[in-house]
Design a protein around this ligand. Structure first.
Ligand code: OAD
Ligand code: ZN
Length: 249
């Protein structure tokens, strides 16, 4: 069957690269953006725009504090079977690089090590002036205690969550790493992403143009579906563990 064929292709591939999107974390209770019940049903995408941060950093931080309680401090939220399967594939030497558009840290929590966070991480904040990065937790505590927006202890600049907002560039290093991983891939697995946000959306096509086998797993079709060698319209918490089970003892 198709699962068996994908497992065989991963086994044959010298370099396998995966890219995940928000659909990998929905089963953990974190909403995606564009799926059913996605964030865009309730939020204006402009709430996640750098112009909104610039205009109202205090309001932006108030929302970030609310998100902390809703997601990052919710003990019941953790990695699901899709995260686990990707971590197991890496541990077994069957997955070289995991590019993620997610900021939730659940891949690392599941044990994935070579993770490229192209949209940044909710676990860090960055100073708008000096560029220094800090752990998010103590800064979120300060915001919760009324320091809005929280400022850099080194230079007094405004701190911003170290996640990529609309209107912002991707971090150079992560972007370069993801592009070179896509170029080097013999097999590229894009999972749980609508593949609608550039430049991430182009990575599967970059890989495919270089001859990589392209495997998609997403509930809906994506703009890359026409190029895919395998196109699973299915739940990633079903597909990924089944692929893993064929490859990992
Ligand atoms: P999207 O919300 O655009 O796409 C998630 C996709 O996952 C949708 O097509 C869902 O149908 C699908 N999906 C949801 N649950 C699934 C499941 N259990 N199994 C399989 N598929 C499932 O999220 P992304 O593609 O990650 O960027 O969005 C890309 C970027 O848009 C995000 O990183 C974020 C946002 O703007 C920034 O914040 C910079
Ligand atoms: Zn600073």
């Amino acid at each position: 069957d198709e699962i068996e064929a994908v497992a065989a292709a991963i086994c044959d591939a010298e370099t396998t690269v995966a890219m995940s999107g928000a659909g990998v974390s929905t089963a953990s209770g974190i909403p995606d953006f564009r799926g059913d019940d996605g964030l865009w049903e309730r939020h204006d995408p402009m709430d996640f725009h750098i112009d909104r941060f610039r205009a109202d950093p205090a309001g932006f931080w108030e929302d970030r504090v609310d998100l902390q309680a809703a997601i990052f401090e919710d003990e019941s939220i953790g990695p699901n079977g899709a995260h686990d399967a990707l971590a197991d594939l890496e541990a077994a030497g069957q997955l070289d690089t995991l590019i993620t558009q997610n900021i939730d840290g659940l891949h690392q929590e599941a044990g994935s090590e070579n993770v490229v966070e192209i949209h940044g991480s909710a676990a860090r904040v960055a100073c708008r002036d000096c560029g220094r990065r800090f752990d998010a937790d103590p800064v979120i505590e300060r915001a919760r205690d009324g320091e809005l927006p929280p400022t850099c202890k080194e230079c007094g600049g405004t701190l911003k969550p170290d996640t990529v907002l609309f209107g912002e560039q991707l971090p150079d290093h992560a972007l370069m790493q993801s592009q070179s991983a896509a170029q080097d891939a013999d097999l590229f697995l894009a999972v749980g992403s609508s593949l609608t946000v550039e430049p991430a959306a182009s990575l599967p096509l970059v890989a495919n143009e270089r001859g990589a086998t392209l495997v998609l797993a997403n509930l809906e079709s994506t703009p890359a579906s026409g190029y895919a060698d395998f196109d699973f319209r299915a739940d990633v918490t079903d597909v990924l563990p089944r692929i893993r089970d064929r490859l990992v003892a």
